[in-house]
Write a protein that binds this ligand. Structure first.
Ligand code: PMP
Length: 438
């Protein structure tokens, strides 16, 4: 019987002050597809933690690797030392990435990976004597984390307005979602590839010689599971090539199996100049993020008197030994259990199950791709977002279900270990919740 105030308290980001919360929802442990509350309730995790625990929770080999690493080497200062785990993980990640995306810069989160990629783009321009190419381009409805770079290229104006509207010199491509054209789409919608051509408009307004990079999520995850229309990313790549603009894929959600491949870049046959990753690289067990860059970018940065990136960017915890150990164990699990292929096999099963919700009350649209789905509910007439809010309360309190709800959009994104039975359970719990808030 949580009231709105209870849940607002729970949402508050300042978790340190627990006394300020009247009804903190606590979880005590987790295993595989479930969380356990302190009073012993088991919750089905339908969103892989927060789009991150792709191999499921508390997997024994990952736990063991972290424990073992903690006992041997807790920390290595990244500006003075390397360590085996960091090199091993970097080469494993590079081997999973397409083309000559061969070098990895480690950081600690998705937001840091985005700021790192944007800074690498600008440092690359600087190193090549193209310092005028400082404009950056994002996409409407893109989410790139909470750093200053991320909120600026991100396509959610509400996330910037309290912060001076973010950095200047940023443009946004239009988002590709159109309910009229693409309702109830499975996989890539047929309509919308031409929207990539808007890059030409931005180039015409600003001149290509002022533009450094474009950053997009191949599939916009947290803003509603918006898959790229067929051909869109290829078109964007071609336009970037034509104008000498770097293309960055933010694969913080799509990386590590969510779309059935190590990276979405592989699914779409498009090689970007950089890939941002985080979340799934450790299956959520330890914070870790990074940027994979193409050979030419690395070469340009690592020559000349300034060696820009080595000198001017990095984090205390870049390539942290515990994170790298967790990353290596996670990649082993993905490989040994064939989890990316598993996601590919389950994709149609998941899509069919989720699409069975289309006749439920207030369901305006459902989109599925890989093991991710976005479900839009009709907003209540007097209070947009309220239906989603009620659904969230209902999910936790009645259905023992954890999914992600923003506004009136529900997101499902189970771990890649999910069984067909658990997909059924996830969908039936979601159905019960949608009916309850009708
Ligand atoms: N990029 C994308 C595409 C994301 O989905 C997220 C987080 N949901 C981020 C960046 C930011 O990641 P973090 O919260 O780890 O900073």
């Amino acid at each position: 019987n949580a009231s709105r105030n209870d849940l607002d308290a729970w949402w508050m980001p300042f978790t340190a002050n627990r006394a300020a919360k009247r009804d903190p929802r606590l979880i005590a442990s987790a295993e595989g597809m479930t969380y356990c509350t302190p009073d012993g309730r088991r919750l089905l995790d339908g969103i892989s933690g927060l789009w991150c625990c792709n191999a499921g929770h508390n997997r024994a080999p990952i736990v063991a690797a972290i424990q073992d690493q903690a006992a041997r080497l807790d920390y290595a200062p990244p500006f003075q030392f390397g360590h085996e785990g960091a090199f091993a993980l970097a080469s494993r990640i590079a081997a999973l990435a397409p083309g000559d995306l061969d070098h990895v810069f480690f950081c600690n989160s998705g937001s840091e990976s985005v700021d790192t990629a944007l800074k690498i783009a600008l440092a690359y321009r600087h190193a090549r004597g193209e310092g005028g190419r400082t404009r950056l381009i994002g996409r409407e409805r893109g989410y790139h984390g909470t750093g200053f770079g991320g909120i600026s290229v991100g396509g959610l104006p509400a996330n910037r307005k309290a912060f001076g509207h973010g950095l200047s010199g940023i443009d946004h491509l239009p988002h590709t979602y159109d309910r009229e054209q693409q309702a109830f789409s499975i996989g890539e919608p047929e309509w919308g590839a031409h929207l990539a051509d808007d890059l030409e408009r931005i180039v015409a307004l600003n001149d290509a010689s002022t533009i450094g990079a474009v950053i997009v999520e191949p599939m916009a995850g947290s803003t509603g599971v918006l898959a790229p229309p067929k051909g869109y990313l290829q078109r964007l790549r071609a336009l970037c090539d034509r104008h000498g603009i770097l293309l960055i894929f933010d694969e913080v959600i799509t990386g590590f199996g969510r779309l059935g491949f190590a990276f979405a870049a592989e699914r779409y046959g498009v090689v970007p100049d950089m890939i941002c990753f985080a979340k799934g690289v450790t299956s959520g067990a330890v914070p870790l993020g990074g940027v994979i860059v193409r050979e030419a970018i690395h070469a340009a940065l690592m020559q000349g008197p300034e060696r820009a990136i080595e000198l001017f960017h990095g984090y205390t915890y870049s390539g942290h030994p515990l994170a790298c150990a967790a990353g290596l164990a996670t990649l082993d699990l993905y490989r040994d259990e064939g989890l990316f292929e598993r996601a590919r096999t389950l994709e149609p099963v998941f899509a069919e199950a989720v699409m069975s919700l289309r006749e439920e009350p207030n369901v305006l649209d459902i989109r599925t791709i890989g093991l991710a789905a976005g479900i839009d509910l009709a907003p209540s007439a007097d209070a947009p977002g309220a239906r989603g809010y009620d659904a969230m309360v209902h999910a936790f309190n009645v259905n023992d279900l954890v999914i992600r709800i923003s506004g009136d959009t529900l997101s499902l994104c189970p771990a890649l270990i999910v069984s067909e039975d658990q997909i059924g359970e996830l969908v039936e719990k979601t159905r019960a919740m949608i009916r309850a808030v009708a």
